[in-house]
Ligand binder design. Structure first.
Ligand code: MRU
Length: 332
C-alpha cells in the first residue's frame, strides 16, 4: 500500500492524490500552512487522512517556532488555520482538539513539543488500528460471489491505514472470499475512478467502474447485492454526511431491498450534532463542475451548485461498521 503521508526528519511528505493514478509524487510540507493548503486543494483527502495530516501540521509549526517568544500563540494560530481548511470531515476537528489540549498545560516549550509529537504519532497509530478493526468487524458481511457497490474513496488513500469501507474488502479478500466491486466514478473529482479503482486493481480485486448515473440501473437489474461507503461525519442519530451522491445511492438501495453499509471509525461521530441537517456541508469551487481536466464543458455564466457532501438519513442505512463494533440502524 502507498503511504498517504510520512512524517520524517521534521518534514511531512504528503502523497499528491490529484496526480493519481498517473503519477506517484510526494509534496514536502514544512509548516502548518503547507499542510492546510494540501488539505484545501485535496492533495490529501478522506476524513481520517486529513485528521492525521492536520495533527502533523501542528507538529511542524511547533518544531519550526519552538525558540520564538510567542510560541503558544503561533501554535494556536496554526490550529485555527488548519481547522479552516475543510469544514465537513469530523476527524479533522477531532485531531486538532486533541492537539489543542496540550496548550493549556503548564509544560515548558521542549516538553510541549515532545507531547505534541507523541500525540500526532498516537493519532496516526489509532487511525491504523481503527482501519484494521473495521476490516475485521465488517469482513463477514462479504459473501462469496458478492457484487458490491462503493462510492468515492474510503480506502487506504483516505486514511493512514488500510481504509474504512475498502478495509472490509481487503480483509474479506485475505480470507479467500471471491467477490466483485462496482465503483462509482464520483463526479466531479473522480475519487472513485481515479483512487478506488487504483487501489482495488493493485490489490487484485475484480473491479468495474461506472458513471454515477449507472448505479440505479444495476440495482434494478439485481446485479448489486450490497453497498459499502465511508463517512465524513456522523450525527448522534446516525445520519451520515459522505461524498455527494451517497444519499441517492442509499435511497435507491432501500427501494430495491439492497443492504447499505457505512464504515467509519468512532472519531467520525459528532455527538454535538443531533441530526444530519446540523452538519455543515462544504461547497467547493464552480470550476470543479464547469471544467473537466482543465477544459471548459459548460457555457460561461451558468450557475453552479457544488456541494461536496450530502446527508443520508439513518433510516436508509442498514448498519454502521465502526472500529468498536457494528451499529445496526434499519433493516432493508
Ligand atoms: O472530498 P473527499 O475526497 O475528502 O471525500 C471523501 C469521502 O467522502 C470519503 O467517503 C470519506 O472521507 C470517508 S474516507 C475513509
Amino acid at each position: 500500500m502507498l503511504k498517504t503521508l510520512d512524517y520524517k526528519n521534521g518534514k511531512l511528505l504528503i502523497l499528491d492524490q490529484r496526480l493519481l493514478p498517473g503519477k506517484i509524487r510526494y509534496i514536502v510540507c514544512r509548516n502548518a500552512k503547507d499542510v492546510a493548503d494540501c488539505i484545501k486543494t485535496l492533495i490529501i483527502r478522506g476524513a481520517p487522512a486529513i485528521g492525521v495530516a492536520a495533527a502533523y501540521g501542528v507538529v511542524l509549526e511547533a518544531m519550526q517556532y519552538k525558540n520564538d517568544k510567542g510560541f503558544r500563540v503561533t501554535i494556536k494560530k496554526a490550529i485555527r488555520l488548519l481547522s479552516e481548511s475543510r469544514p465537513t470531515a469530523r476527524n479533522l476537528f477531532w485531531a486538532l482538539e486533541r492537539m489543542q489540549k496540550y496548550l493549556s498545560e503548564n509544560y515548558n516549550t521542549e516538553i510541549l513539543c515532545k507531547k505534541i509529537l507523541e500525540e500526532a504519532r498516537s493519532i496516526e497509530k489509532e487511525d491504523k488500528d481503527s482501519c484494521r478493526a473495521i476490516g475485521k468487524f465488517g469482513q463477514h458481511l462479504i459473501k462469496n460471489n458478492d457484487c458490491i457497490l462503493t462510492h468515492c474513496n474510503a480506502g487506504y488513500l483516505a486514511t493512514t491505514g488500510t481504509g474504512t469501507a475498502l478495509s472490509i474488502l481487503y480483509e474479506a479478500k485475505s480470507r479467500g472470499r471471491k467477490f466483485m466491486v462496482y465503483v462509482d466514478e464520483t463526479r466531479p473529482l473522480l475519487q472513485g475512478a481515479r483512487l478506488t479503482c487504483f487501489e482495488l486493481v493493485r490489490h487484485g480485486i475484480d473491479v468495474t467502474v461506472i458513471c454515477d448515473s449507472m448505479a440505479a440501473n444495476l440495482m434494478r437489474k439485481g446485479i448489486i447485492k450490497k453497498v459499502i461507503v465511508g463517512a465524513d461525519r456522523i450525527a448522534a442519530n446516525n445520519d451520515v454526511a459522505n461524498k455527494i451522491g451517497t444519499y441517492g445511492i442509499a435511497v435507491c438501495a432501500k427501494i430495491h431491498n439492497i443492504p447499505f453499509y457505512v464504515a467509519a471509525p468512532v472519531s467520525t461521530f459528532d455527538y454535538s450534532k443531533s441530526k444530519g441537517e446540523d452538519i455543515f456541508i462544504e461547497q467547493r469551487e464552480p470550476a470543479e463542475v464547469t471544467e473537466f481536466c482543465g477544459i471548459r464543458i459548460t457555457p460561461k455564466n451558468v450557475n453552479v451548485s457544488n456541494f461536496a457532501f450530502d446527508i443520508t438519513p439513518s433510516e436508509y442505512i442498514t448498519a454502521i461498521v465502526t472500529d468498536k463494533g457494528i451499529i445496526k440502524c434499519h433493516n432493508v
